[in-house]
Design a protein around this ligand. Structure first.
Ligand code: SAH
Length: 219
């Protein structure tokens, strides 16, 4: 049976708006224009518009839509910005950000697992988003080649805030990152006020896949 993806997507978006997690018109538009069912595996296609995280490849998951809404609203991407995402996974979050920054902006997203780099590239090509660059590497080190960034989003659980990410942020920039142990993290919003002054806000508890690499979890 042919599914009505548009109807399922609208109903998910409306429920996230009703809960108050999706507000900014451009971000709502991004949720409409970047169809989540292009970013899930065949096996979980039937749940593409359920408000739950779904397994993709290896230990990676595509985040829960409400979580993507909360993190995107918190990051507050603006037209023309250059954003770094750590943890590409399916590429869905990267495309949402890319849509928000528009053609004058760019998203660089780093993924440590080569199979996911290929998966994300295929998904991104399907939606026709051009301003995302997918890089294979350890994103806990940031991406010095393209630094500094207006904003940085980490979509994997981090034991602490990796220093290179704070360094690679512009003054006036913002980092959104889940920090904690492997079972639960706090969603931190960190504003860089000057080269050595940061202001933190805590958005509550979340659970993410582990960040690996130099500043990630070791086992
Ligand atoms: N943002 C993704 C979900 C990410 S899940 C989406 O929209 O689908 C977390 C991802 O972080 C996993 O794919 C995992 O392989 C990746 N990851 C873990 N440690 C990493 C590191 N040090 N650098 C880059 N990616 C990492």
């Amino acid at each position: 049976m042919q599914r009505n993806w548009k109807r399922e997507r609208e109903s998910l978006i409306n429920s996230i708006i009703a809960k108050g997690y999706l507000k900014t018109p451009k971000i709502v538009e991004a949720f409409r224009k970047i169809p989540r069912h292009f970013f899930v595996t065949e096996e979980f296609l039937h749940s593409a518009y359920h408000d739950i995280a779904l397994p993709t490849i290896g230990t990676s998951t595509i985040s829960q839509p409400t979580t993507v809404a909360i993190m995107t609203e918190a990051l507050s991407p603006k037209e023309g910005e250059k954003i770094l995402e750590v943890g590409t996974g399916s590429g869905w979050q990267a495309c949402i950000l890319a849509y928000c920054v528009g053609e004058k902006g760019r998203v660089i997203t780093i993924e440590i697992n080569p199979r996911l780099v290929e998966f994300a590239k295929r998904n991104i090509a399907k939606v026709g988003i051009k301003n995302v660059k997918v890089v294979l590497g350890d994103g806990s080190l940031g991406y010095p080649e393209e630094a500094p960034f207006d904003k940085i989003m980490v979509t994997a659980a981090s034991p602490s805030v990796p220093k290179p990410l704070l360094e690679q942020l512009k003054v006036g920039g913002r980092l959104v990152i889940p920090v904690g142990d492997v079972y639960s993290q706090r969603m931190m919003v960190i504003d860089k006020k000057s080269e050595d002054e940061f202001e933190e806000k805590d958005l509550g508890e979340f659970v993410f896949v582990k960040l690996r690499g130099k500043y990630g979890f070791k086992d």
